[in-house]
Design a protein around this ligand. Structure first.
Ligand SMILES: Cc1cc2nc3c(=O)[nH]c(=O)nc-3n(C[C@H](O)[C@H](O)[C@H](O)COP(=O)(O)OP(=O)(O)OC[C@H]3O[C@@H](n4cnc5c(N)ncnc54)[C@H](O)[C@@H]3O)c2cc1C
Length: 216
């Protein structure tokens, strides 16, 4: 069932117009029959440091946005996006700012500016330094991770995901889980497919009484 919920920014003004989820933007983009008809801002700011953030930033640039900036709250070495993806973003004209977190979204109805505070990562976790800056923005995409939505009743969770052992076995005897919604994975398509295969083998073994053929 994937991770259908999107995390909130928890910054003031998050409900302003043109502040949206990067996932919805990507979905619209992939389903558009005419990309020329897809609106994109002139000054786009993407909050986040993962694959979704890179995807939204690069696609915004390709759609014609003049300035696209990705802002990530920690250092580049902590980004979910690999070095290769970061290079892909910068070589596509995306500016990446690290160690800054959004604190407020300004504008009169629609977003006009977004205010950030620099961060530092220390033994007490991530803290704001107090130094602030603003970026002009007429479109803001949130790409700060997804969360499990409406987990079926009775399933134990681990780190916000469905807890599984071995080939996707959950705490319920007739329920298996795999892919992004299950604990322990790395949120990649190839992992979801492999876990689906392993669970199918295990379900087949359970139903037929044959031993499961799960590759090591
Ligand atoms: C923008 C973006 C870029 C990505 N780029 C890459 C990449 O380059 N390479 C890579 O390997 N991975 C990438 N990923 C991650 C990859 O998409 C996921 O790891 C993969 O799709 C996980 O598969 P899944 O089957 O677990 O979940 P999903 O693909 O999310 O599928 C879950 C499905 O279950 C449905 N569903 C939810 N709840 C219910 C319910 N109650 N009943 C029935 N159906 C339900 C949902 O509608 C959805 O169709 C990217 C993800 C995003 C968002």
């Amino acid at each position: 069932m994937g991770l259908g919920g999107v995390n909130a920014l928890r910054a003031k003004g998050e409900d302003r117009e043109h502040v949206t989820d990067a996932i919805s933007f990507i979905r619209e983009l992939r389903q558009a029959s005419d990309l020329a008809s897809l609106p994109v801002g002139r000054d786009v700011v993407v909050i986040g440091g993962g694959m979704t953030a890179v995807d939204a930033a690069v696609q915004s640039k390709l759609l014609g946005a003049e300035n696209v900036t990705m802002v990530y709250r920690r250092g580049s070495e902590r980004m979910g996006a690999s070095r290769h993806e970061q290079d892909h973003a910068t070589s596509s004209g995306v500016r990446i700012i690290c160690n800054a977190a959004p604190v407020a979204i300004h504008g009169n109805g629609a977003v006009a500016e977004i205010e950030f505070c620099y961060t530092q990562d220390g033994p007490d976790g991530l803290t704001l330094t107090g130094d602030r800056f603003r970026l002009k923005a007429d479109q803001v995409f949130r790409a700060i991770g997804q969360q499990l939505q409406d987990a079926p009743d009775g399933l134990a969770l681990e780190g916000g995901k469905i807890a599984v052992t071995g080939p996707g076995r959950t705490g319920l005897p007739d329920v298996w889980a795999g892919g992004d919604c299950a604990s322990g994975g790395d949120d990649l398509t190839v992992t979801a497919v492999a876990e689906g295969r392993d669970a199918a083998e295990d379900i087949d073994a359970r139903l037929t009484g044959r031993p499961a053929e799960i590759p090591g």
